[in-house]
Every structure is written in structure tokens, then in C-alpha cells.
Design a protein around this ligand. Structure first.
Ligand code: C2E
Ligand code: MG
Ligand code: MG
Length: 514
């Protein structure tokens, strides 16, 4: 799977996981909040319920006051009309009657006879209350009768707790002395005032008990905390949206993080760990007759997406993060492994590029020596290329290369002319060859100001007794020019591009055959 695609899939999964986690957390948080708010919400609901009860009771009290002045003795038409008017003008009253004595009552339809038992409860202001499933005074069921000062009124049980709640709330209005129930909400709710202590211990249940000194009734209310899925259902869209946004963010963050992992520095670290570099060999030929003298080892790397990265890009990064020395070692190891046999059997040499940090540490040479001994190779088979940058700390660099030079390795100064080396400076360096930079080769036979510089470089090298290798030769004209000026060796696409070990072998076979 391609790295970017794999990262994308991982990020999508991370986004999904993130979104899901947020959803679960929201549900859990909602549940906790619900636990906290259930008590206060129930308290508010109970108060509303109780206020309704008091409002109904109030209406009955006012009804009694209004009818107190009506003399029901004769139960005349006007008296009956007043009774009917009172019921019509009230919110909760269902019937109004005036006690005429004994079992006789004056109603809006005439005199009726009713026998009432002992009242079920008595309010603080002395009113008697009967609770009937079947109303003896009207056709309506679940009736509450209220009698005070000879006035008998009726209302429905349901009016007493007629408020809007959710289906998790239960209420019961009761007489705390007798335990008689006046009303339930919802009407079929099974809630027993005798179970208050047990209810208080029930998990996820809030319990509220209200009392009011004006009426001798109490209200018991319970509310179950919403189950998790209920919460989810109630808040589905906002929570889903939040989870979606968080999931997207998590996915994007993950992709970015993975992107960082894809960054060259991180990738280079992994490549060094797994030694996943290749080495190409660019033939170095004698300018005079085109004979192959050896090759320069050039490191090659493909990033984790399989794209080749130019050494110009990754070598500076490797230098910056301290990986270049490990890479020099890898190049040496691969080169000896791939072409050790050719080096042993002939006169060819390989040149290895050293980094600036290799030039100031006495680290590489012991390794080089060991490797050559193990491979059974003469030190002359490995040349060392050091750039002018490597000589910034000239003293230490000189010490390092002198050791190698004394052992028999040729020392080449790479990219010569592009740095800040002066002639006097060059004299002090323990070097054998200068590699004339491609920039000067490019300028050959051109009108540019640098076109004549190469002639001076060649002359200077000769004066110092140094050999010359010209880099980046691309045309026959350049090769002829360099030949005419006595440059020793050349390297460039004109002869060959950098080759894999197998192709370099073919190149050698072909050049021998020529
Ligand atoms: P360099 O050591 O001067 O290597 C010569 C560069 O010129 C190589 O580029 C080579 O492919 C390129 N070249 C050779 N002939 C021609 C030509 O005719 N035309 C053109 N246009 N280019 C030509 P490459 O391989 O991309 O390497 C670039 C630089 O990266 C090297 O310059 C060297 O400084 C560094 N490098 C490469 N391999 C290593 C290594 O193993 N270790 C270290 N420390 N640096 C390395
Ligand atoms: Mg080089
Ligand atoms: Mg060079």
C-alpha cells in the first residue's frame, strides 16, 4: 500500500475512533450532568405540581365563599342558576351544591339526595374531602368532593396534578396522616407514599416530598435519571455534530502527525537504521585514452513513497541531523561488498565522498582500515573525496587526511573552485588530486567570464604537483579541451552516467572490449 494512502486510511480510522470516543464521553458526561440536575429539575416540577393543587383548592375555597351568601333552603331557580354559573365560570369545578340538611342537596338541576360517608381527609381550614372513583353527584369518575360551610363542590382528581412532565417523572398527592391518595401523575402511576424510605435508596432515582401548611396534603415525586441511550436520543444531532467535528480534527491531526513521520529527516533516520541506501558508480576515465581508472561512489536513496531523492537534497539534511557519518559507512560497506572482487583483481579504484564531519573526526579511518583488511584490499583502491567545506577546520582535517594519505589513500579535493580555497591554503593541504568543479567545465568554449578560469586551475595544479580530474564533462568538445590542456582524468555523462554495480560491470566489460 502506498504510504500516503496508508496514512489516509489510518487517519480515517483515527478520526472514527476519535469521533466515537467523543460521543461516548458526551453520553457519559450527559449522564453525570443528568444525575446532578435530576434533583433540581424534579424539585421545580414538584413545585409546579403542588402549585396546581393549591390553585384547584383555592378555586374551591373561593367557590365556597361565593356560595356562602346563597341560601339553598328553597333551592329556587335563581339559586340553582347561581350554582350553574359558578361551575361555568370556574376552571376546575365540575359541580356545585348547597347542603339543605340531612341527605338533601340543592344542585343546579334541582334537589338531589346523597348519603356521604365519613370524609377521607380534612384540610387545615376545616374542609372535608372525599375521594371517589365514581362521583355520586355527576356522571364523571375520579372525583374529589370538597365540603365546607354547607357548600359541596366537586372536581376531578386529575386537575390536582395536571402539569406537563416527561415520562420519567411520577407524582402522587396524598394525605400524610391516612395515606389516602388524592391524585396521581400520570394518572396510572404506581407510586406508594408508604415506600418513601425505600425510594430514597433506589439508584438513579431522585425523590422529592413537598408539604404546604395551608393544605394538609403532601406531594411525593420521583424521577428516574434518563438511561444512556435515552440521553443519546434526546441530544442526537448536536452530539453527532460535535463528534463529527472532533473526529475530523482527530483525523486531520493524525494525518499531519503521520506527515511529519514522512518528513525526510524522520525517513532518513529509518533508512539509516535499515541501511536502505543504494550506491551508484560513476566511471572516472583517463582523458587521454578514455580508459576507465575507477569510479566515484554516489549514494542513492528513495523515500518511503518510493521517490528517488537527490543527494543534493538529503545529504545536507543528513549532515544537519548527524546521520552523514553513518551514511559514509554504509556507502563504504556496500561498495566493498558489490565491487570488492573487481578492486582485488585489477587496478581500478573507488572514490568515496567524505562529509565535513568525517573530516574532523578520527572515526572513519580505523573503520576503513579494518574493512580493507577484511576485504583483502590495498589502501590505494580507495580514494577519498573531501570538499573544501571539509577543510574549514584545516588543522584537524589535515591530521585526519594525512593519516589516510600516509596509509596509501589518494586524497581528492572535490568541487574545487567553488569554495574559498586560496593557492597558499591549498599548498598546506595534504592532497593528491583536485576535482575541477562542473561549473568550470560548463564554461569551456563559452563567452562567460569563468571560461578561462579552468586554464589557470589546471596550471596551478600542475605547479603544485597535483593531479586533476574534471567533473561533469558532457560534450566531446569539453573532453577535447581538457585533453589538450593536459587534465589527467574526467568524469561526466559524456563517458557515463552513475551506474548500478551490475551496469558498472557491463560498462567495464564494454570498455575492455573496445
Ligand atoms: P559530487 O561528489 O561532486 O558528485 C558529482 C555529482 O555530479 C553527482 O551528482 C553526479 O551524478 C553529478 N554528475 C556527474 N557527471 C555529470 C554530468 O555530466 N552532468 C551533470 N549534470 N551531473 C553530473 P549526485 O550523485 O547527485 O551527487 C551530488 C552530490 O552529493 C555529490 O557531488 C556529493 O557532494 C554528494 N554526495 C553524493 N554521494 C555522497 C556520499 O556518499 N557521501 C557524501 N558525503 N556526499 C555524497
Ligand atoms: Mg564527489
Ligand atoms: Mg564534485
Amino acid at each position: 500500500m502506498k504510504v500516503e494512502y496508508r496514512d489516509f486510511v489510518i487517519s480515517v480510522l483515527a478520526g472514527l475512533a476519535g469521533g466515537l470516543t467523543v460521543l461516548v464521553l458526551l453520553t457519559a458526561f450527559g449522564h453525570l450532568r443528568q444525575l446532578q440536575t435530576t434533583d433540581t429539575e424534579l424539585e421545580a416540577l414538584s413545585r409546579r405540581g403542588f402549585e396546581r393543587t393549591l390553585a384547584v383548592m383555592d378555586e374551591m375555597r373561593r367557590g365556597v365563599q361565593q356560595l356562602e351568601s346563597v341560601d339553598g333552603e328553597s333551592c329556587s331557580d335563581s339559586e340553582r342558576a347561581s350554582l350553574g354559573k359558578l361551575v361555568r365560570n370556574s376552571l376546575y369545578l365540575k359541580s356545585a351544591n348547597i347542603h339543605m340538611g340531612g341527605n338533601r342537596y340543592c344542585s343546579d338541576t334541582g334537589i338531589i339526595k346523597r348519603e356521604l360517608q365519613k370524609p377521607h381527609l380534612q384540610t387545615a381550614d376545616g374542609a372535608e374531602i372525599w375521594l371517589y372513583a365514581n362521583n355520586p353527584f355527576s356522571a364523571r369518575n375520579n372525583t374529589l368532593l370538597y365540603r365546607n360551610n354547607g357548600v359541596l363542590l366537586s372536581t376531578l382528581h386529575d386537575h390536582l396534578l395536571n402539569i406537563v412532565t416527561d415520562n420519567r417523572t411520577r407524582m402522587v398527592l396524598y394525605d400524610p396522616v391516612s395515606g389516602n391518595v388524592l391524585a396521581r401523575h400520570p394518572s396510572g402511576a404506581r407510586l406508594d407514599p408508604n415506600q418513601i424510605p425505600a425510594l430514597r435508596h433506589e439508584p438513579d432515582t431522585a425523590v422529592v416530598v413537598l408539604q404546604d401548611p395551608r393544605v394538609k396534603v403532601s406531594l411525593l415525586a420521583t424521577r428516574r435519571t434518563a438511561a444512556w441511550p435515552v440521553q443519546l436520543r434526546e441530544n442526537l444531532w448536536p452530539w453527532l455534530l460535535t463528534a463529527f467535528v472532533c473526529g475530523m480534527l482527530a483525523g486531520a491531526l493524525c494525518y499531519r502527525q503521520l506527515g511529519f513521520r514522512r518528513q525526510p529527516a524522520q525517513q532518513l533516520k529509518r533508512a539509516v537504521r535499515s541501511k536502505s541506501f543504494e550506491v551508484n558508480y560513476q566511471p572516472i576515465v583517463a582523458i587521454a585514452d578514455g580508459r576507465c581508472l575507477g569510479a566515484e561512489c554516489l549514494i542513492r536513496w528513495q523515500d518511503e513513497d518510493g521517490r528517488p531523492v537527490r543527494p543534493d537534497h538529503f545529504v545536507p539534511i543528513a549532515e544537519e541531523i548527524g546521520l552523514i557519518e553513518a551514511m559514509t559507512d554504509i556507502v563504504l560497506e556496500k561498495a566493498l561488498m558489490e565491487l570488492g572482487d573487481i578492486l582485488r583483481s585489477g587496478t581500478l579504484y573507488l572514490s568515496i565522498n567524505l562529509s565535513a564531519s568525517d573530516m574532523i573526526k578520527r572515526r572513519f579511518y580505523p573503520l576503513l582500515r579494518e574493512s580493507l583488511i577484511r576485504a583483502g584490499l590495498d589502501p590505494r583502491k580507495i580514494a577519498i573525496e573531501a570538499t573544501e567545506r571539509g577543510f574549514v577546520d584545516a588543522e584537524r582535517a589535515n591530521a585526519v587526511i594525512t593519516e589516510m594519505r600516509d596509509a596509501g589513500h589518494s586524497i581528492l579535493i572535490d568541487d574545487f573552485g567553488t569554495g574559498y580555497s586560496s593557492l597558499s591554503y591549498l599548498q598546506k593541504l595534504a592532497i593528491d588530486v583536485i576535482k575541477i568543479d562542473k561549473a568550470f567545465v560548463d564554461a569551456i568554449n563559452t563567452e562567460s567570464a569563468t571560461s578561462s578560469v579552468i586554464v589557470h586551475i589546471i596550471a596551478m595544479a600542475k605547479q603544485l604537483g597535483l593531479k586533476t580530474v574534471a567533473e561533469g564533462i558532457e560534450t566531446e568538445a569539453q573532453a577535447l579541451f581538457l585533453k589538450a590542456h593536459g587534465v589527467d582524468a574526467g568524469q561526466g555523462w559524456y563517458y557515463s552516467k552513475p551506474l548500478t554495480a551490475a551496469h558498472f560491470r557491463l560498462f567495464l566489460e564494454n570498455s575492455h572490449a573496445r
